[in-house]
Ligand binder design. Structure first.
Ligand SMILES: [Zn+2]
Length: 55
């Protein structure tokens, strides 16, 4: 990720990261950027992993 990423760069990076790595959930501020733009919030491996552990 660039040092001073634009919102679009942050969204792209977090979308790619969340889909491929369960190390952490997407920050609320990043999720808000998707919501504010009317875009679907990307699936997150971290949330799937947490759900898998419960079942
Ligand atoms: Zn990660």
């Amino acid at each position: 990720m660039p040092k001073n990423p634009t919102p679009e760069q942050r969204m792209a990076w977090h979308a790619g990261h969340a889909a491929n790595c369960p190390c952490r959930v997407m920050p609320a501020g990043v999720i808000r950027m998707f919501v504010e733009r009317g875009l679907p919030v990307p699936d997150q491996l971290a949330l799937q992993a947490a759900a898998d552990k419960k079942s």
